[in-house]
Design a protein around this ligand. Structure first.
Ligand code: NAP
Length: 297
């Protein structure tokens, strides 16, 4: 059976690598990106390039979006040249970017009257897992559609986790990112506290790495924190938005997440200070500033 035609919109840090893996997996691929220069590499690799999201949807059976958030999804779905104009009965729209569960349900019900199936499929993993095709796909939506999409998902990831109905993939994503934001800030606090008290990073990391608190995340971020250099793997602006969605969602569900609410403020302040394009581990810069120079690198 021929492979379905895939349309991929959003070739940022994650989307570029994910789309390359779809192409390498043998799916016929068409791409769209607001800034056209980001389509050059994929065109060289053999993808077709759409002039508009509408053209992308007309030429695809499955449309994937990997965009910043709801504003971007809305911008590419709607309007005369919007993707929704090219979607018709039987097609599938898969949003892999991080949005709130409520927004995922909103898009699903907006597309349902067109006969278009919506799948909520945010990812766990950052730039390197996207490049290596080892993301974890957090899928929410109709089980049979997700089953049919699994080979496609496995071109981008190592595992597909069925999370439940539409919105539940985003619910898992918000839960995981809430933990991630808290852990990163806690690591930053540990360093700030230690540095202000006259400890070296060598001692702090030696003890951290030797004990039960050592983990993949802390290992990955050690170099950035020691060198005070934060090229974006997961941009801080995205963590700030995800914490907002987590706090909004907790307001709806009644969950108590006081630390995450404080983190929303802290990452928001970091973004306001111009750190949004850096990796989210740059949140330590705000802690250093609040602590005075002793806690800096
Ligand atoms: P990114 O590098 O900032 O890329 C964002 C993409 O969205 C770009 O293609 C950008 O187009 C497009 N976009 C933004 N605003 C738009 C608008 N108003 N209209 C049309 N297109 C717009 O982001 P990313 O790191 O790849 O992340 C994408 C999504 O995945 C986010 O929801 C993020 O939270 C999530 N995520 C990221 C990571 C990570 O580690 N980076 C990990 C897991 C999940 P232009 O190129 O024209 O700007």
């Amino acid at each position: 059976m021929d492979k379905q035609r895939i349309g991929f919109m959003g070739l940022g840090i994650m989307g570029q690598a994910m789309a390359e893996n779809v192409l390498q997996g043998g799916w016929p691929l068409m791409v769209y990106n607001r800034s056209r220069d980001k389509t050059v590499i994929l065109a060289e690799l053999g993808a077709r390039v759409a002039a508009t999201p509408r053209e992308l949807a007309v030429s695809s059976d499955v449309v994937i979006s990997m965009l910043t958030g709801p504003e971007a999804v809305y911008a590419l779905l709607t309007g005369e040249d919007g993707c929704a104009r090219g979607l018709e009965r039987g097609k599938v729209f898969v949003n892999m970017g991080s949005v709130s569960p409520a927004y995922a349900r909103e898009i699903a019900s907006g597309l349902a009257p067109l006969g278009v199936t919506y799948v909520d499929a945010p990812v766990s993993g950052s730039k390197r897992p996207a490049e290596e095709g080892s993301l974890v796909i957090l899928a929410g939506g109709p089980k049979d559609t997700i089953q049919a999409l699994t080979p496609l998902f496995l071109s981008m990831g190592k595992q597909v986790v069925y999370c439940g109905d539409v919105g539940q993939g985003s619910m898992v994503k918000m839960a995981i990112n809430m933990l991630l934001g808290n852990m990163m800030e806690a690591l930053g606090e540990m360093l700030s506290f230690g540095r202000a008290g006259g400890l070296s990073d060598d001692v702090l990391f030696e003890v951290l790495n030797a004990g039960p608190l050592a983990c993949g995340l802390f290992g990955q971020k050690e170099k950035m924190l020691r060198e005070d250099y934060f090229p974006a793997q997961f941009p801080l602006k995205h963590m700030a938005k995800d914490l907002k969605y987590a706090v909004d969602t907790a307001y709806e569900t009644g969950a108590a997440i006081p630390a995450a609410a404080a983190m929303q403020q802290l990452y928001g302040a970091a973004k306001a200070k111009g750190l949004g394009e850096m990796d989210f581990s740059a949140v330590i810069k705000v802690l250093a500033e609040l602590s005075g120079s002793k806690a800096g690198c």
